[in-house]
Write a new protein. Structure first.
Length: 247
């Protein structure tokens, strides 16, 4: 649908703030548009569940509204992505190929406050991805399942557009100790708080490089299950990161 520029621009500029969304919900409800109700329902569901005695009623209403209107609300994002997820009233999470991202990123980010991107088929386009300023639009990037390996990770880490990324998923990406050493020394991961590295080829050597880095010190979550990490590496991580690490 066509969004009022003065209201929708605030939502795009402040994706973590509910207030612009609720102002837009007011405008929609004055026009009997069901999207206004949907925004309110999802914003309430996003709050701690202990605060709503009517959680199940809200969840049922969310499902009803999506069943009736989801395709309309997604609009042409359906053609630009593989799938979409609504949160707090708008498409916030998408899955797409690297080709779709490179071709349509400008249109995608103009249509919705995207915060989570799952990227597929990236191995042959890592240089182009690293050069795209649109990488900084999403707070969470998921490259899992792409065999980018150490060389590909080094290419990605050369991107200055990773500074705003808070979550990075590199699980099942064929990454070894050399890649982790590059990650640990990256000057561009200053905003990173969650890092997922499960099912790779990381050993104690990679763990030592990461554990001693400023990147690790800033993390609130580090997942390293299903790697070649020994007892010494696991103990080092536990000492440095405590409950923040999962090995």
């Amino acid at each position: 649908m066509t969004h009022p520029a003065e209201l929708f621009g605030d939502i795009l500029d402040q994706p973590h703030n509910d207030e612009p969304r609720l102002r837009y919900a007011d405008w929609l409800e004055e026009r009997n548009d069901p999207l206004g109700e949907f925004i309110r329902v999802q914003c309430r569901l996003a709050r701690p569940k202990a605060n709503h005695v009517d959680f199940f009623e809200l969840a049922n209403r969310e499902r009803e509204l999506l069943a009736d209107h989801e395709n309309k609300w997604i609009g042409d994002l359906a053609e630009l992505t593989q799938w979409c997820v609504f949160r707090r009233g708008f498409v916030t999470e998408i899955s797409l190929t690297s080709a779709q991202f490179l071709m349509h990123a400008s249109a995608i980010f103009a249509r919705a406050p995207i915060q989570v991107m799952h990227l597929a088929h990236v191995r042959d386009r890592l240089e182009s991805l690293a050069s795209s300023a649109f990488l900084q639009k999403a707070a969470h990037l998921d490259f899992s399942g792409n065999k980018i390996r150490d060389h590909g990770l080094r290419t990605l880490l050369e991107s200055p557009y990773l500074c705003h990324v808070r979550g990075l998923n590199l699980s099942s990406s064929g990454i070894g100790d050399a890649g982790i050493a590059a990650l640990a020394s990256s000057p561009f991961l200053t905003g990173l708080r969650e890092l997922y590295l499960c099912d790779n080829r990381i050993s104690d050597a990679g763990v030592r490089a990461l554990a001693d880095s400023p990147v690790a010190n800033r993390l609130t979550k580090l997942h390293l299950r299903y790697n070649a990490i020994g007892t010494d590496g696991a103990s080092l991580l536990q000492r440095r990161l405590g409950e923040r690490v999962h090995v």
